[in-house]
Ligand binder design. Structure first.
Ligand code: AMP
Length: 284
């Protein structure tokens, strides 16, 4: 496995793989790798010949009061995981390498970034789309792999790639969960024992929505009220938003019919947890 800290050396390694006729897969991450990331790496291994994992805690997607400084950075463990998973190249630039000058060039996607996480994290998605555009230009992958866990991010990136004619495929992989249903996340490390015990209520509330929609409920306000009841079983959980939206446009759906994305963000102690499920009101 190769490791590149600079854009120039990453490009050299990738050019050499391409020269051998290999297709390139990119898994963009912020490190603190876990089984969710591993599932993306494994999908990349299956679908492409040369797998690049980027590890970069991107400062431009964090607001000043957010957890950029305390975000976990277990770099040696991450390298070990990548080695075990047969990754070909880890691209791990520092912030100076990615942003040598104060960034004044941004990629912004409108509308899709306004609701859900966009409401409470202004500027977050502009940082995400900008860094992903940069990574796509540096690596020029055939396929880039993203998790359904961050559904809004995946939809925004897909739209950006389509509208900017970036020649690559975006592959969205299913959310990996702990046995009790909690979506695996690097931020789960912030949870205390009691918070960790209550955190699976997020998924339970999503399952409640699936069950209600499956038995014919269409009033999104009523469905969301039932989801709130599930979350209210723990005093440790403070919901930031619960929304039922159309999965491509992210517009609010009421009544709920056809495909729907049920998504929520919940504060749990110092952690902010997000999760979602896709349902189809026609078939569920
Ligand atoms: P992050 O390092 O948190 O920025 O995540 C990097 C990629 O891994 C993103 O595309 C995430 O959506 C994806 N990811 C994170 N957690 C999970 C999970 N539990 N299941 C599937 N994908 C995930």
């Amino acid at each position: 496995m190769e490791t590149a800290k600079t854009i120039e050396s990453a490009r050299k390694f990738i050019a050499s793989a391409r020269g051998q006729g290999r297709t390139v897969g990119l898994v963009p991450t912020m490190g603190a790798l876990h089984i969710g990331h591993i599932s993306l790496i494994q999908a990349a291994r299956r679908q492409t010949d040369y797998v690049v994992v980027s590890i970069f805690v991107n400062p431009t997607q964090f607001a000043p009061a957010e957890d950029f400084d305390k975000y976990p950075r277990p770099f040696d463990d991450d390298l070990q995981i990548c080695r075990e998973q047969g990754v070909d190249l880890v691209f791990a630039p520092d912030a100076k390498e990615m942003y040598p000058t104060k960034n004044i060039t941004w990629v912004s996607v409108e509308k899709l970034t306004e609701g859900l996480c966009g409401r409470t994290r202004p500027g977050h998605f502009r940082g995400v789309t900008t860094v992903c555009a940069k990574l796509f230009n540096i690596v020029q992958p055939n396929v880039a792999f993203f998790g359904q866990k961050d559904a809004q991010q995946a939809i925004i990136i897909k739209r950006m790639v389509a509208e900017l004619n970036i020649p690559l495929k975006i592959q969205i992989c299913p959310t990996v969960r702990e046995e009790d249903g909690l979506a695996v996340s690097s931020r789960n490390k912030y949870l205390s024992e009691s918070e960790r015990k209550d955190a699976p209520l997020l998924y339970k509330s999503l399952q409640k929505a699936r069950q209600l929609i499956g038995t014919g409920a269409t009033d999104s306000e009523q469905i969301i009220a039932q989801m709130r009841k599930v979350l209210a079983q723990s005093p440790l959980l403070k919901s930031e938003y619960i929304e039922i939206v159309e999965p491509e446009t992210l517009e609010l759906l009421n009544p709920v019919k056809g495909p729907a994305l049920v998504a929520l963000a919940v504060r749990c102690g110092s952690a902010r947890l997000i999760d979602n499920i896709l349902v189809d009101a026609a078939s569920d």
